[in-house]
Design a protein around this ligand. Sequence first.
Ligand SMILES: Nc1ncnc2c1ncn2[C@@H]1O[C@H](COP(=O)(O)OP(=O)(O)OP(=O)(O)O)[C@@H](O)[C@H]1O
Ligand SMILES: [Mg+2]
Length: 494
Amino acid sequence: MSIRIKMLLSFTGMLVISLLFILLTASLYTIAATGDLQSFRDIYKVHYQINPLTEQGEAIFQEMKFLAKTDPDGLQDKVLLREYDMKLRAEKSGLYVRRESDQIFESLTFHQPELKQALPAYDLNNNQIRSTFNISERFYAYAKFDFRYTDGERGSIFVIREKSPFAELTRKLLPVMSFLLIAVLIIANLLLYRWITRSFIKPLHQLRSYAEQIKAGNLAFELQLSTNDEVGQLNEAFESMRKQLQRSNELRQQDEVSRKELISNISHDLRTPLTNIKGYIEGIRDGVANTPEKMDSYVNIIHAKAVSMDKLVDELFLYSKLDLNQEPFLFKTVDIVDFLEDSIEELKYDLDDKGIELDWDKQTSGPVLASVDLDKLKRTVVNIVDNALKYMDNARKRFGITLQADQEWITIAFKDNGSGISEEALPHIFERFYRAERSRNSSAGGSGLGLAIARQIIEAHGGSIWAESIPDAGTTIYIRLQRQTNEETENGNG
Ligand SMILES: Nc1ncnc2c1ncn2[C@@H]1O[C@H](COP(=O)(O)OP(=O)(O)OP(=O)(O)O)[C@@H](O)[C@H]1O
Ligand SMILES: [Mg+2]
């Protein structure tokens, strides 16, 4: 059963129960007030015959009417009249008898001095024998009979019953009011039902259609249900799910593209040296290397190609392990000054060899500690220095290392005066397999993994790496690492 039907049933159920409840309350109230349910019906029967009296009262009135017709003078007998009045009193009514303008009898129940003036004039045709009158706030209903005494004088008998004007009004309006009440109840129920379904069922339907769109793979839309209730929260959950799905879809597509790129790059980079090796081996096999010198050079070339392939495979392996977070890091607290000075010591010969001047600029004093994986950091420095050596085309070759440190960060700058990197290439040099066009054409160009590996390593240290470069003037690569205070080290050791 759908929620809509369930709600419709529950609303209708509530309506029926309320109506029954009203009816039951009304009947109970009537029983309590009048003693039986019959009088509830009587009120109506009597009222709609425009009979102001109860059945008993009416009977007495008829009896007196008969008397007025047969023995009018008997209606001057006060004892008889009192007797009738007594009976009427039991019916909450009273008797009034007049002769011309004189009052023959007035029931004690009235206590109403203005009663005489309020009574209607004589009407011997008795056209209207039942009606009402009121004396200021009080409301009376009566049955009247006009007759003539034997001496020809006019007389009237009145059986009068006082009523509450409100009761009278209520009685008149009761059917209309009951109808209105029920109508209001039904309309209110319908409105409530509509309101609930609008604020609840409709958004649910919309969410379902959204879910169907998502299922169909259409994620490029925004869920827009701006309700503040649970449905709104559901919508928010849906929306964040959609965004998440969209993001992971995009990532998957990106991954797909870069995976294809990776495979094509790897196969290209491996094929070049392999083709070379194949060519030289074929040369040897075909007897092209017919002198020991030639043979030597062929073998050397083959060896060099094999070494470069080995290096490439090694870099690839390291890069993919870093990328998959499968390369373990061994963090140790190290004085970066010591580390750089050791590195410089090792580099010196290589640089000297290539006629490169080295500047070491330590802009701090005392130890500069950081938690690093020494081997990996060394690898980073080697990759950076390697680039500086490779892309150095200046006559006066200079390479500088600068160390700066504040309370929080250690910044190392590696500055060369080589070929520089073009503005377009600069943002991409840390991407894997990226090589600026210049280096791609030169024999010095590598696989384009050196800086990608450096970035993976530095980011795994919680640091950052970036480059600044002026084409044909030089490049500076910056590494920023988190500095460790002495306290941290002590705590770490303790
Ligand atoms: N110091 C530099 N001077 C000029 N260009 C540089 C410098 N360092 C990097 N580049 C440019 O950035 C590119 C990417 O550098 P990266 O070290 O990642 O790759 P590679 O040196 O080409 O190959 P690999 O390091 O894997 O042998 C280089 O190809 C080069 O174009
Ligand atoms: Mg490199």
